[in-house]
Design a protein around this ligand. Structure first.
Ligand code: FMN
Length: 139
């Protein structure tokens, strides 16, 4: 059994759902899990865990700034542990080569910007919440 912490950023809650699902799955496999929104992760000591997962979604071509900052600030610990990164985006909802290239483009940019290369990567198609966009349509 390993202790695994998941830190995620989310705009409309989809990445939170993915993080919770991963947490549940790891729990059923007997691991001790902790899942925290990056906005509340200031007091999390990554060194206390056996493995770390980081999640983020894409808005306007970028991951949450708070996730980038968290990864950059904790890079020295991250490189000493087994790690994974999952990304939720509209691009991964498009299974064509174009969608795939776009999703990998976001990922490459994140790896370059943070100088952190996770051991495992998951790319998930997001859910576009039209209702949350209603303000664009209001007069
Ligand atoms: C305002 C807005 C901008 C978005 N921009 C992008 C984008 O540039 N590229 C992309 O692939 N997906 C984009 N998406 C889709 C999101 O990545 C997708 O809805 C995802 O599920 C959001 O996850 P979250 O609720 O955890 O933030 C955008 C969604 C919204 C609402």
């Amino acid at each position: 059994m390993a202790s695994i912490v998941t830190i995620y950023g989310t705009g409309e809650g989809q990445t939170a759902k993915v993080a919770d699902r991963i947490d549940d799955e790891l729990g059923t496999r007997g691991h001790e899990t902790t899942t925290v929104n990056v906005s509340e992760a200031g007091s999390v000591e990554l060194a206390d865990f056996d493995a770390v997962l980081i999640g983020a979604s894409i808005h306007m071509g970028r991951h949450q700034k708070a996730v980038r900052k968290f990864v950059t600030a904790n890079r020295d610990v991250l490189v000493t542990k087994p790690t994974g990164f999952f990304q939720v985006s509209g691009a991964s909802g498009d299974t064509s080569e174009v969608g795939e290239a776009e999703a990998f483009g976001y990922l490459d940019e994140f790896i370059d910007a943070t100088n952190w290369r996770p051991d495992r990567i998951g790319l998930f198609g997001g859910h576009f919440a039209f209702r949350s966009m209603a303000f664009w349509c209001e007069r």
